[in-house]
Design a protein around this ligand. Structure first.
Ligand SMILES: Cc1cc2nc3c(=O)[nH]c(=O)nc-3n(C[C@H](O)[C@H](O)[C@H](O)COP(=O)(O)O)c2cc1C
Length: 324
């Protein structure tokens, strides 16, 4: 039977299927179900910078303040620390805590508390919508790097940075993030984009789940960044099926993260995905994930430029206009 073991952020995982940050990973019950269904690791929901204005005190000092099953969004730092502790107590797979913030500040110290609570690694989710015309792209990126350096200094556990795809020179920024202390990159986060209600004339928050069609963007960047700087790569956005998992592994990902598919189908969705991944590996005579990882990365394919083309005349021409 195919060996699914992989390494991510220096951690040994029994499978490359990872449950990314979502309400499903915000309760002990959800985490246990994900582990039982075969998740190789779990990423807890983010603790947000806004929630960290007040100092939570040492780990365990306020464990009554939040029960682990209620540690979802906005439950506060004490409940979050309690969830990390409980998860570590009850799960045998790695538990990755998540912090979401955009500025350097006191909240960064909280990273150390997540480490003390037992988190195996930390995922730092930085997303800043830069709407100030006076703020340059370079300044925005400089701010990202400052946050990463500050968090890196606060912890000894591995650090992954979860990014959005909206940068002018992503490969350059990725290298700088690694230099600033990131051990892994999660490509990519997916944010709600506001919509408009044309009857009520209001701006609406809108959060739709992803589909496999959205896999192409992380696929391209995983393929481009594979085996650079020794950084771990996690594919996030659009991983729904075993086919999607095979694609991101072939592109060079260390793990395939899922949220929408698990929210839509429940944690047990991991079982058929794992089974089909094994089937595919058997049919193609791959015994380990390492053997197939990166086989279609940019460095491994005969036409590396295929990953860089934005407009390819043959592709564009293949879409003919309707005859009418
Ligand atoms: C309801 C919901 C809540 C999420 N919460 C978080 C979060 O707290 N922190 C985070 O980094 N990403 C969060 N995400 C983003 C997911 O972890 C994931 O990166 C994104 O949904 C793309 O993956 P997918 O296509 O598998 O859904 C959330 C997504 C959804 C749908």
């Amino acid at each position: 039977m195919a060996d699914l073991r992989t390494r991510y952020l220096g951690l040994d995982l029994r499978s490359p299927l990872v449950a990314s940050s979502s309400p499903l990973t915000g309760s002990l019950d959800g985490l246990r179900r994900l582990e039982a269904a075969g998740a190789g690791a779990v990423v807890l929901p983010s603790l947000f910078e806004e929630e960290l204005a007040e100092d939570p005190g040492p780990v365990g000092a306020d464990s009554q303040a939040g029960q682990p099953d209620q540690a979802g969004y906005g439950a506060g730092p004490a409940a979050y620390l309690s969830l990390v502790e409980q998860a570590k107590q009850h799960l045998s797979i790695p538990v990755i805590a998540s912090l979401n913030g955009t500025s350097r500040g006191g909240w960064v110290r909280h990273a150390a508390r997540l480490e003390q609570a037992g988190a195996d690694a930390l995922e730092l989710n930085i997303y800043y919508v830069s709407s100030r015309p006076g703020l340059s792209g370079g300044e925005v990126e400089g701010n990202y790097l400052d946050v990463v350096r500050a968090v890196r200094q606060a912890i000894g556990i591995p650090l992954a940075v979860k990014l959005s795809p909206y940068f002018s020179s992503l490969a350059n920024l990725a290298g700088q993030l690694v230099e600033a202390g990131a051990n892994g990159l999660v490509l990519f986060n997916r944010f709600y984009q506001p919509d408009l209600d044309i009857e009520a004339l209001q701006v609406l928050p809108a959060l739709d789940l992803s589909s496999s069609a959205e896999l192409r963007l992380p696929l391209r960047w995983i393929a481009i960044l594979h085996r650079r700087w020794g950084v771990s790569l996690a594919a996030s956005t659009g991983v729904h099926t075993a086919t999607d998992v095979v694609k991101v592994l072939l592109a060079g990902a260390d793990v395939a993260m899922m949220t929408s598919a698990l929210l839509h189908n429940g944690p047990d969705h991991l079982r058929p995905v794992e089974m089909r991944l094994r089937d595919w590996m058997d049919r193609h005579r791959y015994e380990t994930v390492d053997q197939l990882r990166g086989r279609l990365s940019q460095r491994s394919v005969p036409d590396p430029a295929a990953f860089e083309r934005a407009n390819y005349i043959k592709t564009l021409a293949s879409r003919t206009a309707p005859s009418r």
